[in-house]
Write a protein that binds this ligand. Sequence first.
Ligand code: DQA
Length: 154
Amino acid sequence: MKKDNRKQKKKRPKILIIHGPNLHMLGKREVQTYGKFTLSELNEELEIIAGENNIALATFQSNSEGKIVDKITNSDFDFLIINPAAYTHTSVALRDAILTRQLPAIEVHISNTFKREDFRKKSLISDVVLGVITGLGKLSYISALQAAISLLKK
Ligand code: DQA
């Protein structure tokens, strides 16, 4: 049998970042809580970090619970970073979608949800992900991405 000498190109690991409802309004929405940066500025920064680390990055924002479930269950990725926003506190559907994929995930929040109203202290997501980063503003996402990259490189 002939040996296949073509070098097999190694596929870059893929990280999916999901932004939940109302995060398309970043920069305009409650700036004292969420900061002045926009979603596209945030995504651009994340894409630069991913590019420097040879990671394929996909970002997705939706206000619709069903669309987020579809994204989690139907797309190809190795690691999920998710800010489920208001669905954090209500969505069994998102929790189940994350459980369905059995892939590593980090939950992020821009604000410190523990410093806010009582209903934000409860997350239906936290116990089905590897870890949670909350309250660091834009740095919550950047830290989550750096952690995901380190874990994927292990
Ligand atoms: C949030 C916190 C949630 O309680 C809130 O509903 C959001 C944003 C955050 O990033 O701080 O929409 O997830």
